[in-house]
Design a binder for this molecule. Structure first.
Ligand SMILES: Nc1ncnc2c1ncn2[C@@H]1O[C@H](COP(=O)(O)OP(=O)(O)OP(=O)(O)O)[C@@H](O)[C@H]1O
Length: 246
């Protein structure tokens, strides 16, 4: 669809002899929260990285807000926010300093960056620790700082790689509520990968599932559940994998 926020067509990635992503196609509409499921090594991270222009596809094409991820990488980076699955925050920086550091990478003017940084610290309840070094931050606090940095450029599309893994139930709930608010109040398109299928169900109407580099399902959760006779997300996922294997 031409108005899609994310459009992926027969996308592929080969690392030497390893086909990490194979002919994957799907689209995500503006303002949608889209879930991305799949086993370890299925190809989710590689797909997200291609959408960000961090890894070059070896087949097919993808566009974010109409910008081709290969031909218009800089535009793609400008409109996207990214929270990787795991990354080390600079231990000697404070959250306040780190947000300014990321803002500088986007060449955001200093006054704007400062105002946005302060607003994000407030939004994620980080004011009390804003000047404490990031070394030793808990997983939950680290994810909040991670999400804050992903939003410093006011992205229209937010790509998150397993954002709730390692969080306790309260931390997960808070992060999911932040994502919901971003989509509902600001129209941000959110795509996130997760192994926590209840999180996917809580937040998403539509999902895609990858299995060994290929897309094995994409659609509305409710419709997929009906089609596959599943009542829970776990049942749906296991049934998708079982049908694919047989
Ligand atoms: N730079 C690379 N060089 C070689 N192989 C790679 C590279 N990056 C990823 N792969 C391989 O591509 C496959 C897909 O990996 P990817 O990280 O995309 O999976 P994933 O679905 O995100 O897994 P997980 O749930 O464990 O994060 C894996 O077999 C992985 O080992």
């Amino acid at each position: 669809m031409s108005g899609s926020a994310i459009l992926v067509e027969a996308l592929g990635k080969r690392f030497g002899a390893m086909q990490a992503v194979d002919g994957v196609s799907f689209s995500v509409e503006p303002g949608e929260i889209f879930g991305f499921m799949g086993h370890n090594g299925a190809g989710k991270t590689t797909t997200l990285r291609m959408l960000l222009g961090l890894t070059r596809p070896t087949g097919g094409r993808a566009a974010v807000l109409g910008h081709d991820v290969v031909a218009a990488t800089l535009e793609v980076r400008r409109v996207c926010g990214y929270l990787p699955a795991s990354y080390a925050l600079p231990p000697d920086m404070t959250p306040r300093e780190f947000l300014q550091y990321v803002a500088a990478m986007f060449a955001i003017p200093r006054a704007t960056a400062r105002a946005r940084g302060e607003a994000l610290l407030r939004r994620f309840g980080l004011e009390a620790v804003a000047d404490r070094k990031l070394r030793g931050f808990s997983t939950g606090m680290t994810q909040k700082v991670g999400l804050a940095q992903a939003l410093i450029n006011e992205p229209r599309v937010l790509l998150l790689d397993e954002p709730t893994s390692g969080l306790d139930p309260l931390g997960r709930h808070e992060l999911l509520e932040h994502l919901r608010a971003l989509a509902q109040q600001q129209g941000v398109t959110v795509m996130f990968s997760s192994h926590i299928l209840s999180d996917v169900e809580t937040l998403c109407r539509r999902v895609a599932a990858m299995h060994h580099a290929r897309l094995i399902a994409c659609g509305e959760i409710a419709a997929l559940k009906r089609e596959h006779g599943a009542t829970t997300m776990d049942e749906l996922y296991l049934e998708l994998v079982r049908r694919h294997a047989s």
